[in-house]
Design a protein around this ligand. Structure first.
Ligand code: GLN
Length: 199
């Protein structure tokens, strides 16, 4: 499928949704802000952005998004959670009842502590061996455990920072806060494949 025909929804309840919209548009695909659950029917893939997972979680409940998100996930459409978005799609979150259970990981919120509020690292992406990617971490979560069918796509030392299970992609960092669109391009490829399977 031609990228320009792909329409990506970015959950726009709170957080860094505008930046993801820009990144997807920079890749040459369409992107819309999702504010109401029935808008999910219009899109081929969904990004759940970084922000404050407690707030986004509350708004998901308030606007009754959960059954629509569950349906979106079950239908095999691609979902990408960054940072707070990762926490929201996780199967388990340490000491909290917040994860929607779309990817078999256990996450811990704010896992690098107060001293290290945010930092940057140049990392290697598992799906392309080219130059390093600038990963920006902001009060980032850690992935503590993964299930056997989760693929690790990038790591810093022992910390998994980018992972995928079937149609769900997660990163503990914010790729939308800089110009390098390789992860968004990769997500668009995931969407392209999920659409082909559907037809
Ligand atoms: N610390 C935030 C949370 O736990 C996530 C931070 C972010 O998305 N940059 O929800």
């Amino acid at each position: 499928m031609n990228k320009s025909n792909i329409n990506v929804g970015v959950l726009a309840l709170q957080g860094a949704f505008r930046e993801h919209i820009n990144s997807i548009k920079m890749c040459g695909a369409k992107a819309i802000e999702i504010r109401f659950p029935d808008q999910l029917e219009e899109v081929d893939g969904l990004i759940i952005p970084g922000g404050e997972s407690t707030t986004i979680g509350k708004l998901i409940n308030k606007y009754n998004f959960k059954p629509y998100l569950d349906e979106f996930y079950s239908s095999g459409k691609a979902i990408y959670g960054t940072c707070a978005g990762l926490i929201l799609v996780a199967k388990k979150v340490l000491n909290e009842d917040i994860g929607l259970g779309y990817i078999d990981i256990e996450a811990q919120r704010n896992s690098y502590g107060r001293q290290i509020d945010s930092f940057e690292e140049y990392v290697t992406l598992g799906f392309d061996g080219k130059e390093k990617f600038k990963a920006i971490f902001i009060r980032a979560p850690r992935i503590l455990k993964i299930g056997p069918t989760v693929d690790i796509l990038s790591k810093i030392n022992d910390n998994i920072i980018l992972a995928r299970q079937n149609n769900v992609l997660v990163s503990t960092f914010h790729p939308e806060l800089q110009e390098d669109t390789r992860i968004h391009e990769y997500f668009l490829k995931m969407i392209g494949k999920s659409i082909k399977r559907e037809n």
